[in-house]
Write a protein that binds this ligand. Structure first.
Ligand SMILES: CC(C)(COP(=O)(O)OP(=O)(O)OC[C@H]1O[C@@H](n2cnc3c(N)ncnc32)[C@H](O)[C@@H]1OP(=O)(O)O)[C@@H](O)C(=O)NCCC(=O)NCCS
Length: 173
């Protein structure tokens, strides 16, 4: 494992590092994944408080389940990516969303970080008490599918959502 990489809970002390990552992402014009990266960070303290609450099921939007967010940081506290763990599956998550959503910032891709971030997150899943982890991705998202397979993901099915084929993988812990 690459030296000094770790998952941390969102922290007010990394405001500048977080803004730097979001700005970089927004410049590319691509969708911000995972979901938590889309929260309004103008009041950074409030965003961190909200994320803390979400992990305990407090203050969630309607229809959302408890969700813990982690950031992957290196030894210099640069944030490389983010991962959301949904603690349980509702009907939508069982079909399409899965337990986990993740993304690596554009400048840090193809360096093995997604694989490491997911493997660290699976340990958090165990602590939360999830024994079978569902992760879905678009069939066209080769990088994500490889990340899941390298973390022991087993393809269960393919389906169509919004005209695109997506895959559903399970990882037994
Ligand atoms: C998908 C994503 C998380 C992959 O992150 P990453 O850090 O680049 O992935 P890794 O470096 O750990 O690579 C994992 C594997 O996928 C391969 N890979 C990564 N990106 C790839 C791409 N765009 N096309 C083909 N293969 C790719 C890597 O080569 C590696 O395979 P290998 O070990 O056989 O060489 C990243 O591209 C991303 O954040 N995308 C936007 C958000 C997103 O799609 N999230 C997932 C939603 S399901």
């Amino acid at each position: 494992m690459k030296e000094g990489l770790r998952l941390i809970k969102p922290s007010v002390s990394l405001k500048n590092e977080y803004s730097d990552m979001i700005l970089e992402w927004e410049k590319t014009g691509e969708e911000l994944i995972p979901w938590s990266l889309n929260l309004d960070s103008a009041d950074f303290h409030l965003m961190i408080e909200s994320l803390n609450g979400y992990s305990k099921g407090i203050g969630l939007p309607d229809g959302y389940v408890e969700c813990s967010t982690y950031w992957l940081v290196n030894k210099n506290n640069r944030i490389l990516g983010a991962i959301d763990i949904r603690h349980r599956l509702n009907e939508f998550l069982l079909f399409r969303g899965g337990h986990i959503g993740y993304g690596i910032r554009p400048s840090e891709r193809k360096k093995g970080y997604a694989c490491i971030m997911l493997s660290l997150a699976l340990k958090e899943c165990e602590i939360i008490g999830i024994s079978n982890v569902l992760i879905t991705c678009l069939k066209s998202n080769i990088g994500s599918a490889k990340t899941i397979i390298k973390n022991r993901g087993v393809l269960e099915s393919e389906d169509i959502d919004n005209g695109e084929i997506f895959q559903r993988y399970w990882i037994e812990l």
